[in-house]
Design a protein around this ligand. Sequence first.
Ligand code: FAD
Length: 453
Amino acid sequence: VTLVASLRDIVGETHVLVDPDLRAPYETDWTRRFTGTARCVVRPASTDEVAAVVRVCAAAGAPIVVQGGNTGLVNGGVPASGSEVLLSLARLRDLEPVDVLEAQVTAGAGVTLEALQAHARAAGLDFGVDLAARSAATVGGLVATNAGGVRVLRYGSMRHQVTGLEAVLADGTVISRLTGLAKDNTGYDLTQLLAGSEGTLGIITRVRLRLVPPLPARAVALIGLSSTGDALSVLARARRLPGLAAAEVCYASGVSLVRTYAGLGAPFSEDFPVYLLVELAGGSDPTDELLEFLGGCEEIGDATVASDAAGRTKLWAYREAHTEAISAAGVPVKLDVSVPLAALADLVAELPTTVEKVAPGARTILFGHLNEGNLHVNILDAGASGVELTDAVLNLVAGYRGSISSEHGVGRAKARWLALSRTPAEIAAMRRIKAALDPNGLLNPGVLLIDAE
Ligand SMILES: Cc1cc2nc3c(=O)[nH]c(=O)nc-3n(C[C@H](O)[C@H](O)[C@H](O)COP(=O)(O)OP(=O)(O)OC[C@H]3O[C@@H](n4cnc5c(N)ncnc54)[C@H](O)[C@@H]3O)c2cc1C
C-alpha cells in the first residue's frame, strides 16, 4: 500500500491532494519568496486523524511540514525538500462555547484569529492578541510561532494567552492538557515548551486560551515626529498612562507606499520622517486623556486623533497596511528584529547605510512595535543579495545585543543565524530536546535547528 493510499484511508480521498494545481496554494508562502514541492497535502479533520497521519508518515520515514493559515514570514510552513507530506491543520476548526466563569475558551488549531476574536466578543470578552493577518492566521500557527502583534504591550505575546494545549508528538502520541487551571505546578510545562517551537516538537491540535475583559472605548492618535529619539521620548511618557494599548512606529517611506497602495490621503499638511501611532483603551472614553497627553509632549510636530470606529480604522491603516503594501511593491527581504530601546535610534540610523553597502539602490522600509523595540526591516529591490543583506543586518542587530527574530520565529529563513542570538550551550540544549521528542527528525526538518556545518 502506498503512503498516499494509507493517508486517504485516514482522511478520505478528497483530503489528500496530489494534483500540482491543488497543492500549489499550500506550497508557496505569503511573501512569494519561499516555495517548494510537497509529496502531497493532507487535511485531517480531528486530533485522531492527525495522530493516525503522523503514525503512517513515521512508519514510512516521510518528513512532515506543518501548516496552519500559511501567513508565516520565515519559511517554516512550506515544503523545502520535495519529500515532505504537508500536513494542513486548517480543518480543525472546532470552537467550544466560551467558559465565562474561567474566562477561557478551547479552540481547534485551525480556527482563525478573526473567528476567535468574534467568538470571544460575542460572549462579552475579548482576546489579547491581534495582528494584521487576523483573517487567515490560525490559533495553531500563532502558538507555534509565539506570535506578537499590536497588543503585546498590554497582554504579552501568544504564549501568555495559552493555559493549556493538546498536541500530537512525532510518534503519534497525543498529549493533552486542556483543563486551564490557573495554578498547576506539576512538573515540566509542556504547553510552554511547544509554544514558540515552530512545529519542530509536536503538532498542536487544540489550545485552551485565556480571554481578557473588553475595552470598548478607544482613542487613537497618529503623531508626526522628527526622529526615532523623539518617538521614544513620547513612548516613555505614554507608558505612564494606565490606558495605553498600543504604540506603533513607521517612517515616511513606508507611509508613502501605504498611501499609494490603500489610496489614503496625507495625514498632515506636511510630511514627517517618523510617525507614531498611540492607542488608549478603557471602559470610558479616553479621548480627553489622550488630548491632554499630546498637549504635554513638545516633541510632537503634528497629531490627529480619532475616537469613532471608522476614524480609528483609518488611522490604523497607515501602520497596519505596511506588510500588504510592501508585498504589493515586490518580494521583500523581510527581517524582524528587536534591540534594547536605548539602541533603537542608532539601529534605525545605521540600517540604510548597511543595506546600501550590500545592495546599492535597494529600498529599506522600517516599521514596528515600538514598545518592544521590535523593528520590521523590509528591503525591496534587493536583487540576488538576500543572503548577504540578511547577514549584514542580523550582525548589526547582534552587535546591539538584539534578537534576530523578535516575533516571526526563525523558520528556515533565519536558521543559519541562530547563533547570533543564542549561545552554543543553549543551542545544544535545544538539540537535546528536539532529539528526545523527535529522534528521527520528522517534524519540520530544517526549521529552527539545522545540522551543524
Ligand atoms: C499581513 C501580515 C501581518 C503579520 N503581522 C504579524 C505581527 O504583527 N506579529 C507576528 O508575530 N506575526 C505577524 N505575521 C506573521 C504570521 O501571521 C504569524 O507568524 C502567525 O502566527 C502564523 O500563523 P499561521 O496559522 O498562518 O501559521 P503558518 O504560516 O501556517 O505556520 C507558521 C509556523 O508555525 C508552524 N505551525 C503552524 N500550525 C501549527 C500547528 N498547529 N502545530 C505546530 N506547528 C504549527 C508551521 O510549521 C510554521 O513553522 C504577519 C503576517 C502577515 C501576512
